[in-house]
Design a protein around this ligand. Sequence first.
Ligand SMILES: Cc1cc2nc3c(=O)[nH]c(=O)nc-3n(C[C@H](O)[C@H](O)[C@H](O)COP(=O)(O)OP(=O)(O)OC[C@H]3O[C@@H](n4cnc5c(N)ncnc54)[C@H](O)[C@@H]3O)c2cc1C
Length: 506
Amino acid sequence: MWTPVAEILVLVAVWVILLHECAAARKAEYDAVIVGGGLTGLSLAHQLKKAGIDKFVVCEGSSRLGGNVISRKMRGGFLIEQGPNSFQPVEEMLEVVSDLDLSLVYSNPKLPRFVYHGGKMHRLPSSLKDFLSPSFTLLSGWAKARLAIGMVGFRKGKPHTDDESVKGWFERNLGPCVYAKIVEPFVSGVYAGDASRLAMRSAFPRIAALEQGPGTAGILWGALARARQRKRAKREYQLPSPPPRGALASFEGGIEQLPRALAEKLGRKACRTGWRCVDIAKDNKGGDFVTTFRLPFGRRRRVTSKVVALALPAHRVSGPLRHLVPEASELSSIPHPFVATVALAYPDDAFRQPLRGFGNLIPRSEGLRHLGSIYASSLFPGRAPKGWQMLTNFVGGSHDPAAEKLSNRQLSRVVDRELRKTVLRDGYRGRGRVLGVKRWPSAIPQPGQGHEDLLSRVQAGVSRHVGLFVDGSWSSGISVGDRIKAGKLLAADVLNAVIRKRFERQ
Ligand SMILES: Cc1cc2nc3c(=O)[nH]c(=O)nc-3n(C[C@H](O)[C@H](O)[C@H](O)COP(=O)(O)OP(=O)(O)OC[C@H]3O[C@@H](n4cnc5c(N)ncnc54)[C@H](O)[C@@H]3O)c2cc1C
């Protein structure tokens, strides 16, 4: 029962919290303030801690850390991913995994990928030889010949512009048929994007770099040179189970195990949630930064620090930087289309064939609304109970902005209906079990033509302020591995700036 004693206790508790916060505010002086508690911010914080810096704080605007990474255990023994489903176990990721004493789970690298075309599911070959084989019927003989001569560097032609589109690049190198049937759905799968509007060098820098030099240099030679380099590079991080070649990775409890473990290692004091950054300014002396946060219940908090690093999505950067770096407002022009992830489960006997594979991609020309499906229960163990299969499906993207208007129920109905065309057997009458629908109003940045110039202008503005850093999936790669790597690279810059500022004061 609510008594005057309870009332007094609550008042005392509130008073103690306020006193504690005021005291913290007065002496708040950090080496580094990290704004954004997604993978980039947490990876940066982890590397700073490893380097011996401990006067830093990660400030996350929402009530949870991890950003786009959301893994949920559902009733009935399902585990769904509502953001990323898997990642490549790149070197920097292996380092962090080893630091945190985590264990990765790997997909079987031989799991096939499929493209749905002409009402049929086509298994994608895993080697160039198999692509060219007569048993691969998705491509015509001419398309295969065009692919082969393009790979070795003939018929390449010249790019029409210096900042070529993804569509232009692949059509020039591999031919229009390979583009339409394989690359276009692949781009939908990675970016939920429109390949004719994405810039090749910004969207796929590693693939773009395979096209070496002028003349007949084909991407095959670039790929071979890279494979040789990779062989020479020795893995530094010894894990109990190193990744099999070509495997994708996750964790037994889903990808969110990673941000949780990072946050735990950083400690509660180093991570604040519910702290939304609204402004960054310089202090009176012009050396340190004063960062203002909006806290729950309308409270505000100002924090001073030598360095501020923003690890935010593009459209969240311009607000806090509107005074210091007006150029950052340009970042809001980077399109981020709506995407929904729809996790559906079906019993084993609902499928045409046993659900085995990484998943499928659907070219826009097929007239289906969903972009493709990841066969989540086939990819990693422990995603669905025995007798069930689970798929993560994607709807929306640059080609379908109207998808945002669909309710969650409509989104899952669309996917359930369309899966009958792609993977479910004819005559299956059951409804898919809806495990979760997650709406991403601004899912993935779409670096278009002129993106590199835009980044240079923003970086020029940022570098006017020693100790200010900005990074995100819009600038250094969208994949989970890219974000972990970006955090590590950023940490080196932050560390230098902290040391420089400490030194200047002595
Ligand atoms: C649907 C979907 C599927 C994906 N699938 C894959 C995949 O399978 N494989 C893969 O490798 N990658 C995938 N990605 C990409 C990958 O998940 C992201 O690029 C990565 O998680 C981004 O991490 P980040 O830390 O840079 O940004 P975010 O995860 O966006 O983190 C930024 C954080 O900053 C916080 N924030 C925003 N504004 C403020 C503010 N003013 N003050 C304080 N905090 C603020 C946000 O709340 C957020 O927590 C996917 C992404 C999406 C959306």
